[in-house]
Ligand binder design. Structure first.
Ligand code: SF4
Length: 98
């Protein structure tokens, strides 16, 4: 769990296509993880699936969702080590070398 979207979100959708992990979903939309469909984590705002967020490690120098958000609604939720984030990125992208 690295980044989250707060109630500052205006559901503009700018962040969703920027995420390298497809971790961001529109409000009310079910999300996919490990081949399973799960119920939406928010009915009101775009949301980030914690298990799929890597703070963009291995893809970008900064968290892209926070970078493009016009209302600063994408914020760090929990401190995680670079090793943890990198391990998650590898698990999410087994065919990519980091
Ligand atoms: Fe996706 Fe990066 Fe935002 Fe995490 S920090 S949700 S990986 S765009």
């Amino acid at each position: 769990m690295s980044f989250k979207i707060t109630d500052e979100c205006i559901n503009c959708g700018a962040c969703q296509p920027e995420c390298p992990n497809e971790a961001i979903y529109p409000s009310g939309e079910d999300f996919e993880f490990n081949g399973k469909t799960n119920p939406a984590l928010s009915q009101d705002f775009s949301y980030i699936v914690p298990e799929k967020c890597t703070e963009c490690v291995g893809f970008h120098d900064e968290p892209m969702c926070a970078s493009v958000c016009p209302t600063d609604a994408c914020v760090k939720d929990k401190e995680e080590s670079k090793d943890t984030l990198l391990a998650r990125a590898k698990a999410l992208h087994p065919d990519k070398s980091f």
